[in-house]
Write a protein that binds this ligand. Structure first.
Ligand SMILES: [Zn+2]
Length: 136
């Protein structure tokens, strides 16, 4: 049966992708809109929308795959650091409704060495609440 989901279609081989890791339950491939060289997306093969909908074991296994990819980026590409990002839910900027973890390598001399705080600044009101809770 043909799926509407782009990631399910990649899993099925209907849409080509540069696959960098695959096992029975997971696939990892290069993002076609890379934020840096070696930007990988790791997904469970099962169509599940967000991380909270994964089982505990599925979650653990997916993050072990993420770790393997990070190790591989360090060993094979000499990557020194990386960001791990996952948008969950439309309100959080999730575009494709199939769980995916971005592994974004960072390189010396990149335009910005910032983390994601520039796009996602500190919420002053939330910060005050945390500080108030610590004081209690
Ligand atoms: Zn899917």
């Amino acid at each position: 049966m043909e799926s509407e989901c782009i990631f399910c279609r990649i899993v099925d081989g209907e849409i080509p992708a540069v696959r960098v890791y695959e096992d029975g339950e997971h696939l990892a491939f290069l993002d076609t809109n890379p934020r840096s060289e070696g930007h990988v997306l790791a997904i469970p093969k099962e169509h599940i929308k967000t991380i909270d909908e994964l089982g505990d074991e599925q979650t653990a296994k997916l993050f072990i795959v993420v770790k393997r990819i990070a190790e591989s980026l360090k060993q094979k590409m000499g990557v020194k650091g990386y960001n791990i990002v996952s948008n969950n839910g439309e309100i959080a900027g999730q575009v494709i409704p199939h769980v995916h973890i971005h592994i974004v390598p960072r390189y010396e001399g990149q335009r910005s060495s910032a983390g994601f705080e520039l796009a996602f600044p500190v919420d002053a009101k939330a910060k005050r609440k945390v500080e108030e809770s610590i004081e209690k």
